[in-house]
Design a protein around this ligand. Sequence first.
Ligand code: 1Q0
Length: 211
Amino acid sequence: MADTFSLQRVLETFRSSLSEKKEVYIKYYIAGWQELVAFMNSLGNVFSFISKDVVSKIQILENFLSGENRSHYVTIQSMVKYELENDLVDLTKRGSHPESGCRTLLRLHRALRWLELFLERLRTSTEDSKTSVMCSEAYNESLAQHHPWLIRKAVGVAFCALPGRDTFFDVMNAGDHTQVVALLGESLPLIAEVYQITEDLYAKNNLLELP
Ligand code: 1Q0
């Protein structure tokens, strides 16, 4: 991972995460998140409580990827099958498997929806659009529904510290505004596809509300 963020690299990792059979490789899925964490860290300390949580979830998944059962953690599909068949998931309340791969990835999956909604707003925004408004609208339509009041408040405070739209465009390192908008147009269908495949898999297995 290079130290400067680039939207192009995020796009490439999410593209690599899709197999020919439309399965999702966990390795690249979390690599995409690592890029996003690097970006968040560059925004300042107000965001560190958010990035710490993402980092700890990435770490849990990385441990599975390098652990003795790693052959079952190649794709999200194989992970779900393996963990369910072996009773490794707390399905209704937290118990002996509070950090299953399935529940951990679900948190990132919900956040991916936020990202999709936010980037779509950014793509279609105009000069006077506010990033804080775009972020919080996207948040209220997605992640907020899964967060308690205290976290929603803290997130609201963090949004106020967001840089403006021009800074966002610059930080993406993808050229001028027109080029960024084009690249966003290319990235979004991919992110949406990865999201939808995961969503369908989780829905089919009744995993969307894992504690
Ligand atoms: C750029 C601004 C970042 C805005 C982030 C918006 C979402 C904020 C949500 C933060 C909540 C974090 C506090 C911890 C919450 C956990 O309780 C919760 C549940 O986990 P658990 O184990 O308690 O059940 N965790 C989560 O819901 C995971 C939250 C992950 C948030 C991920 C935010 C990802 C942001 C990425 C950078 C955005 C880059 C945007 C532009 C980049 C261009 C490609």
